[in-house]
Design a protein around this ligand. Structure first.
Ligand code: OFO
Length: 170
């Protein structure tokens, strides 16, 4: 059973994860509009992964006899100054999400809610990966600067990303 404070905080995180998905889909639309279709693909996959995060929180709240309450999602930005600016914004966003996850862990520990703390550890590890991946692309884009050849190669590399649905639990 979740305490009401934890239930409220997990519901807020559901909203934050939805926003993440919405943000990355908006970035996908931006990359589509400037014909960087590999980067658009990468962002689409990222948006799908964020929906996996939404459902992990959703299912966990329900499993703990909590009540999921959905709230309105803020509109994301729709334009960025350049490809690197979009990926920098993605990195900044992931750092923000990491801080939200850390606060959830703090709350779970303060409430002696070990089940929620245990559940959140998956997200703690996931955020390390999310930040590192976004940072890696930012670094490559900074190296490439505006060289069309480099941008073309990086775009082609990012077109390879595919969405892997989470393994079904037996
Ligand atoms: Fe990008 O990890 Fe969820 O929000």
């Amino acid at each position: 059973m979740l305490c009401s404070k934890m239930e409220g905080a997990l519901n807020s995180q559901i909203n934050a994860e939805y926003y993440s998905s919405y943000l990355y889909l908006s970035m996908a639309a931006y990359f589509d509009s400037i014909n960087l279709l590999g980067m658009a693909n990468w962002m689409r996959v990222q948006a799908q992964e964020e929906m996996v995060h939404v459902m992990k929180f959703f299912d966990f709240v329900a499993e703990r006899s909590g009540r999921v309450t959905l709230t309105s999602i803020d509109g994301p930005p729709t334009d960025w100054a350049s490809p690197v600016a979009a990926f920098e914004a993605a990195l900044t966003h992931e750092r923000h999400i990491s801080s939200l996850i850390n606060k959830l862990v703090d709350l779970a520990l303060a409430e002696s809610d070990h089940a929620t703390n245990n559940f959140l550890q998956w997200f703690v590890a996931e955020q390390v990966e999310e930040e590192a991946t976004a940072d890696g692309i930012v670094q490559q884009l900074r190296l490439v600067k505006d060289a069309p050849g480099g941008l073309f190669l990086l775009d082609r590399e990012l077109s390879q990303r595919t969405f892997v649905p989470p393994a079904a639990t037996p």
